[in-house]
Design a binder for this molecule. Structure first.
Ligand code: ADP
Ligand code: MG
Length: 657
């Protein structure tokens, strides 16, 4: 039927079938269609409702694929093309005009027209200029900033025509373009299509209205999925060159294109979040709580660790405490009798030792008048108070002479003073108390210890160790020897030297050393484990928050199927759709994370304001980790919904309205 002078065919369908599953079998919406459309033609496809017009149109527009048969466009077989190549065809060569316009309600007229150009990689300025010019040409110059809801049906259809043309389409598919319009608006739309055809654009228009079909030069009639008539009703327009404005513009650099597509996806994500504010806020809440608790827990852990460590430092650094036995908890250590005063004297002669004090200890009852209290009795050397850094509140301490004489002098602590001497008018110093049955003179009172590690409410008193050994214990072995190392000596070297010396003296290694560094290390690692534990619980809440994000994103995708269909129809790649939804998920999480961090910092400020003994210590690392973590949650839990969106079938998505 092709006349010898017609141009090379643009569209060639042969034996195209499209079957849909129905019940047990299938029904054929198209049952073997052969159709050739040369470039530049204006073809109307008519037929009763259900005859397969839309199905044919979707196949022509590469929104759908035939079940059988071949569809060649400009010589290349579409069955051989991948999803992204089909998307490129739709983006660069095709334009769609739908009966129901299918504009995105959150975008302005200009934004809707611009969208396909974004996917085509045009620069922002080019896009705006071109979209504005097209809308102007269609008489919409004063409506660029209006949203679809603010436009009449005819105006919306003109926006959708501009959108179809913005990438310089050479084929326009219009499915019942006037179906929803009044006569006058419909007439205008047809006039525009007519003009486009006059400029050389191929126009395929589906209609059930013969008056509309009469505008075309050729009418193809469908019935029950087959072509029943194909007739030429009018002569071709004299071919006119297409204006330069609709030719493809130079494409920007790949980086700019990627950045542009990212910005478009970001803008859409923000619009979508704004459109469902309550939902977005509730979804974010899970992330906010999760991130805030993780950051707070870590800061609390760090704050308490520092507090404890500063307490340890106040106990005096570079002191070594030497105990008999192999280790803490050695059950035989009480039986080891080799640690004696002579060891302390030998240690005191070492050049790296600043001070040595032997200690023995026992428990006994203190009596003063009618008052009784049980206390820890520490027998110590005269250097004890220097070595330990203990300070006196009043009175004095015993000296070396007192130790040699086994003086019956006692230095009491604040707890003992409170227990026994609280009501004594002249203070504790100078009073006599009984330890067991032995009388002692109080010569000094130590300062109350600042709370924290090692402090307790138990009364504790200090006597010369010689006195304790001779009068209270009757044994000469020591509980421990405390050594203060010179400031310029390394503690661990000193430790080795002590072990060496005592092993030599005892002919066996029967002592162990505890230094404040060890304690510090133990506490640090304990605190780390505890922090980890609580942080793990907080992480669980983060995961729950992430699942909330995934849930909402799945809802969002299923709500926006029609939008996804439109985007695919104008040429969005799967990656564009994936990116858009992924960005939305990441954005929800990231904003939630930032709010969570702010909440945690606010909590810390409140904590400090209420005068707690220690403060929350925020580390840059934990905050950076929180930001990273919320981003990851977005990617992780946003991926599935985003992938679902990108795998949608364009026709199926468009059909859902
Ligand atoms: P028209 O546009 O001419 O009114 P369609 O192309 O929409 O007709 O439909 C042709 C036939 O294919 C109809 O019988 C319709 O019920 C069937 N059909 C269309 N789309 C589907 C689908 N997604 N699933 C099953 N049947 C379908
Ligand atoms: Mg239809």
């Amino acid at each position: 039927m092709a006349e010898p002078l017609t141009p090379a065919p643009l569209i060639v369908l042969s034996g195209v079938r499209r079957e849909y599953p129905a019940g047990d079998g299938t029904i054929a919406a198209l049952a073997g269609v052969d159709l050739v459309i040369p470039a530049g033609e204006m073809v109307a496809i008519v037929g009763p409702s259900g005859s397969g017009k839309s199905t044919l149109m979707n196949i022509l527009g590469c929104l759908d694929r035939p079940t059988a048969g071949s569809y060649r466009i400009a010589g290349s077989e579409t069955a051989a093309l991948g999803m992204d190549e089909l998307a490129a065809l739709r983006r660069e060569r095709f334009g769609f005009v739908f009966q129901r316009y299918h504009l995105l309600s959150e975008l302005t007229a200009l934004g809707n027209v611009e969208m396909p150009a974004t996917y085509a990689g045009l620069s922002l300025a080019d896009r705006k200029a071109r979209a504005g010019a097209l809308l102007g040409r269609l008489g919409m110059a004063d409506r660029l900033g209006h949203r679809p809801g603010q436009l009449s049906g005819g105006q919306q259809q003109r926006v959708s025509i501009a959108r179809a043309l913005v990438n310089g389409a050479d084929v326009v598919f219009a499915d019942e373009p006037t179906g929803a319009l009044d006569r006058a608006s419909g007439e205008e739309v047809l006039k525009i299509l007519d003009e486009l055809n006059a400029e050389g654009t191929t126009v395929v228009i589906v209609t059930h209205d013969m008056a509309v079909a009469g505008r075309a030069e050729r009418i193809v009639e469908l019935s029950d999925g087959v072509i029943v008539a194909d007739r030429r009703v009018r002569d071709r327009h004299a071919a006119r060159p297409r204006p330069a404005a609709t030719a493809a513009a130079p494409v920007a650099s790949p980086w700019r294109v990627a950045a542009d597509r990212f910005r478009e996806a970001l803008r859409m994500a923000l619009l979508a979040m704004n459109a469902h504010r309550l939902r977005t806020v509730l979804t974010m809440l899970g992330i906010v709580i999760g991130i805030a608790s993780v950051v707070c827990v870590v800061a609390l852990g760090e704050g308490s660790r520092r507090k404890v460590l500063s307490n340890i430092s106040s106990l005096g650094t570079n002191t070594l405490e030497i105990f008999p036995g192999k280790d803490f908890g050695d059950v035989r250590s009480a039986k080891v009798k080799t640690l004696v005063v002579a060891d302390a004297r030998a240690l005191a002669e070492q050049p790296w030792v600043a001070g040595v004090t032997p200690t023995v200890s026992t428990n006994s009852t203190l009596r003063y008048g009618a008052l009784e209290v049980s206390a820890q009795i520490n027998g110590v050397g005269e250097q004890y108070f220097i070595v330990k850094g203990t300070k006196l509140a009043e009175g004095r301490i015993f000296d070396g002479d007192g130790v040699r004489r086994m003086a019956q002098d006692v230095v009491i602590d604040e707890n003992t003073r409170k227990a026994l001497f609280a009501t004594v008018a002249g203070g504790a110093v100078g009073q006599t108390l009984l330890i067991g049955k032995v009388p002692f003179r109080v010569i000094g009172v130590t300062q109350a210890q600042q709370g924290g590690f090692g402090s307790s409410a138990n009364p504790s008193v200090y006597l010369p160790y010689t006195t304790v050994q001779a009068r209270l214990l009757g044994t000469y072995s020591l509980r421990s020897i405390t050594v203060r190392v010179n400031d310029d000596t390394d503690t661990s070297l000193a430790e080795q030297a002590v072990i060496q010396l005592l092993t030599q003296r005892h002919a066996a290694k029967d002592v162990f050393i505890l230094n404040t560094d060890d304690i510090r290390r133990t506490i640090t690692s304990t605190a780390a484990v505890l922090t980890l534990l609580v942080a793990a619980i907080a992480v669980i809440s983060l995961i729950v928050g992430g699942i909330g994000v995934m849930n909402i994103m799945l809802v969002s995708v299923s709500e926006r199927v029609a939008e996804i269909g439109v985007r695919m129809a104008v040429g969005a790649r799967r990656s564009d759709i994936l990116q858009q939804f992924l960005i939305e998920a990441v954005l929800v999480c990231l904003i939630g994370g930032l709010i969570g961090i702010a909440a945690a910092l606010g909590f810390g400020a409140a904590f400090a304001a209420f005068g707690s003994s220690f403060s929350l210590v925020y580390s840059g690392t934990s905050i950076a980790a929180a930001v990273l973590c919320s981003t990851l949650i977005g990617v992780l839990f946003g991926f599935l919904p985003a992938r679902n969106a990108s795998l949608l079938d364009p026709v199926a998505a468009l059909a859902r309205d």
